[in-house]
Design a protein around this ligand. Structure first.
Ligand code: NAD
Length: 506
């Protein structure tokens, strides 16, 4: 029996190295220093970017502040803002191939997935455009004959957007169009590992006619760029997606000015499988849930909690399916799972697996670096681990690799206890044909999203975010849009009937 399905290197000429520059006040700007990105799958330099520091960050924040205060974007009508966002959506869709190629070269994800994410991002921009015309508040006509109250919504101001490497273009599109729809101006910092497609987004924004200074991009590292974007007094809000550790640093940095912070952080997301479930669909969803984006996904379903009666047969099916998932060259359109982001991260994943084995866990399949002919070893085998207990690091930490931990349960209460025994609370899933199991689980699972009889489906309309150490605030949907709005009450006297507070006796 074959062990894995490996897609070896295809014949493909890499494009010229992409040169990334900052976008500050509508102008493409260089820095003296630069940094390189080596493609995780091909081991070659694919981009060289200007490396920003404090001067570039300060200049970008000043440009965003000036643009916001001048009202060149914040005081446009919703219709005018929507028109620009819709143009950006068209341009994204016209440039899918170019953007997707660099998304794949820098992140290591399969080209078919990059095409889907970039094309899908266009839809996020269209949805955000529709919201630009809906930022209405409410009115109060029952406060008394001499009083009228109106609650309006205003853009919150200058927003720092800091993004990770695992879904660079998609996550940018979960934030940027919603901030722009609200009328905010922004400073964006992509991950130092995946800067190029954010620069490409900047090119499209200029082409769509976004005024100078409304969206500024600074390339570089967390220190000093991200850190200054989080503490700068001229920034009103930070929206961050990344690790829980960095989320805590951002919260600390923002505390001196008490700016609003929205955080999308890590997860340790379980799927609970009852014996009465459609087990074939559940096994397929578990396989997808753990290997999608090579497990480097906040929504990775890195642990399953499966009923004791079916555990052995269910694990056997997931192991069998794991052998058929196509791992390998991300540029092959047929590949389903690509490379690990860095050699260091590959070693970290392997360390979790070896640590679990040392603690008594059993590797059912995988557990080693995967060698892909023509591309090297920055890949990891599809891995399923049993005999896992809830106190092991592999069951508690975000491994961020193609590694599934299997736990078992007997009752719904036990399944819920295991689900909620986590510092994280991003997403959870339940598989059962019994509606009562599903509803009770959905109500009591501590998570921002609960899927029943499905996994990882998402829509621009549906809010996304986490509880506990998975984050705060919500992204996308109307709730995500609201995060970028401030509420102001207008209290208006009608007539001159108010009795004076000071009684002069005159
Ligand atoms: P990371 O936290 O290392 O980096 C994210 C971004 O923060 C990068 O741009 C980085 O340069 C910047 N940064 C680093 N130090 C900083 C600092 N001190 N101040 C400000 N910015 C700083 O995360 P990553 O490794 O790029 O991404 C993986 C993590 O992201 C995982 O934990 C994953 O779960 C999480 N994630 C969460 C979601 C979600 O929606 N909940 C989505 C995708 C990824």
């Amino acid at each position: 029996m074959k062990d894995f399905t490996v897609k070896t290197a295809i014949d493909f000429e890499l494009p010229p190295v992409f040169r990334g520059r900052h976008l500050i006040d509508g102008t493409w700007t260089e820095s003296v220093e630069t940094f390189e990105r080596v493609s995780p799958s091909h081991g070659k330099v694919v981009s060289v970017s200007a490396r920003g520091g404090e001067p570039e960050t300060n200049a970008a924040v000043s440009a965003a502040r000036r643009a916001f205060d001048a009202g060149v974007w914040s005081r446009l009508s919703g219709k005018e803002r929507a028109t620009v966002l819709l143009k950006v959506a068209d341009l994204i869709e016209a440039n899918v191939e170019r953007i997707a190629l660099f998304e794949t070269l820098e992140s290591g994800k399969p080209i078919s997935q990059s095409r889907g994410e970039v094309g899908g991002a266009g839809d996020l921009w269209r949805y955000a455009a529709s919201l630009a015309r809906t930022s209405q508040g409410d009115s109060h006509n029952t406060l008394g004959e001499d009083m009228l109250g109106v609650v309006i919504k205003e853009p919150i101001g200058v927003v720092s957007i800091i993004t990770p490497w695992n879904f660079p273009f998609w996550i940018l599109s979960q934030k940027l169009p919603f901030a722009l729809a609200a009328g905010c101006t922004v400073v964006v910092k992509p991950s130092e590992m995946t800067p190029s497609t954010t620069v490409m987004m900047g090119e499209l924004l200029l082409e769509a006619g976004l005024p100078a200074g409304v969206c500024n991009i600074v390339l570089g590292y967390g220190q000093p760029v991200g850190s200054l974007m989080s503490s700068h007094p001229d920034v009103d809000m930070v929206t961050f997606t990344g690790s829980t550790g960095v989320g805590k640093l951002i919260t600390e940095a923002s505390a001196t000015t008490l700016k609003k912070v929205a955080l999308e952080l890590g997860g340790k997301n379980p799927q609970v499988i009852f014996p009465d479930a459609d087990l074939e669909s559940a096994a397929d969803a578990v396989t997808f849930g753990v290997y999608f984006n090579v497990g480097q996904c906040c929504n990775s379903s890195s642990r399953i909690i499966v009923h004791e009666d079916i555990a052995e047969q269910f694990v056997a099916r997931v192991v069998e399916l794991s052998r058929h998932v196509k791992f390998g060259d991300p540029l092959d359109p047929d590949t389903q799972v690509g490379a690990i982001v860095t050699p260091e991260h590959n070693a970290k994943i392997d360390g979790y697996v070896k640590g679990a084995v040392a603690e008594g866990a059993k590797v059912e399949i995988g557990g080693e670096t995967l060698s892909v002919s023509g591309l090297g070893t920055q890949f990891y085998q599809p891995t399923v681990i049993t005999n896992v207990t809830s106190d092991m690091a592999i069951a508690r930490d975000e491994v961020f690799g193609p590694v599934l931990s299997v736990l078992t349960f007997r009752t719904l209460e036990e399944a819920l206890a295991l689900t909620n025994d986590s510092d994280f609370g991003l997403s959870a899933g339940v598989w059962s044909e019994n509606i009562h199991n599903c509803l009770e689980f959905a109500r009591r699972a501590q998570a921002g999203t609960v899927w029943t009889n499905t996994w990882m489906d998402g829509y621009p309309e549906l809010a996304f975010g986490g509880v506990k150490q998975s984050g705060q605030g919500r992204e996308i949907g109307s709730y995500g849009f609201e995060e970028f709005l401030e509420v102001k009450s207008l209290v208006m006297r009608v007539g001159r009937s108010r009795a004076p507070w000071v009684q002069t006796g005159e």
